[in-house]
Design a binder for this molecule. Structure first.
Ligand code: ZN
Length: 259
């Protein structure tokens, strides 16, 4: 579809960074770039086919969400194509229809205040677990580094939930799967018979977590095919790995620069 008057130029700086110029003022230009990058990362890492999948981000300050438009090929996506909506899904800026999964993203943003970026994919191994309607047990330290417990799977949705407000009800099914669970500590979910949602403090982190989820799902599948008796790692090893990367006592990587 043509850009209908919005001309966007892609330019590369001498340092190799990319910036975008448009002939129209746009809301949330930085968030648009971040959401576009997250969507492209899902493609680069082989998590989406064709136009499947979508990533979004939220400006909590402005209560506005930026999301991929529905059905536009990734290679043609430009920041100006992304759609800005309010938390009720009303389009605030954008000429294209937003992703049909927008209502799921909105429920998650409203229910999980620490989540500022969301990625949805049908990546193969994560989706295989979702289709098997099995949560992914923590079988090793790669999983423990990112997820402080098993990755949950939602309950099957009822026909009534599917018949009306299906995408919104998908969001509610996810929220129910996190009753008593901190979504910051387990930044992904399997939606029964459907696929995966991953999230984080920004769109890039949500895409990163979607990639890790797929890797963890693949390793868990392989582990259980080698040994069906493989069991979740002990709480102590799990905590050791998760807590050295997250939380107050984290010591993994380099110290953050003080601003
Ligand atoms: Zn989907």
């Amino acid at each position: 579809m043509p850009l209908r008057g919005v001309i966007t130029f892609r330019a590369v700086t001498r340092e190799g960074g990319v910036f975008w110029l448009s002939d129209e003022p746009m809301l949330l230009p930085e968030l648009r770039k971040a959401v576009l990058e997250a969507n492209l990362e899902l493609v680069r890492k082989g998590l989406v086919l064709y136009t499947f999948g979508n990533a979004s981000g939220i400006s909590r300050q402005k209560s506005l969400v930026v999301i991929k438009p529905s059905g536009v090929p990734y290679e043609r996506l430009r920041p100006a194509d992304l759609v800005v909506t309010d938390l009720n899904g009303k389009i605030v800026e954008g000429k294209l229809r937003p992703s049909s999964d927008l209502p799921t993203h909105l429920v998650l943003y409203k229910s999980f205040p620490t989540v500022d970026g969301i990625s949805h994919t049908h990546s193969e191994y994560a989706t295989a677990w979702a289709q098997a309607r099995r949560s992914i047990p923590c079988l090793g330290t790669t999983h423990a580094d990112y997820f402080h417990g098993p990755v949950p799977v939602t309950k099957e949705m009822t026909d009534a939930e599917i018949a009306s407000k299906y995408e919104e009800n998908t969001g509610h099914a996810i929220v129910r799967a996190f009753e008593g669970v901190d979504p910051s500590a387990i930044p992904a979910v399997l939606v029964a018979n459907h696929g995966a949602f991953a999230w984080g403090a920004d769109p890039a982190t949500s895409a990163h977590n979607a990639v890790i989820l797929e890797s963890v799902a693949r390793m868990a599948y392989l582990t259980l095919s080698i040994n069906q008796e493989a069991r979740a790692i002990g709480r102590f090893l799990h905590d050791q790995h998760y807590l050295r990367k997250h939380g107050k006592a984290a010591y993994y990587g380099q110290p953050k620069e003080k601003k």
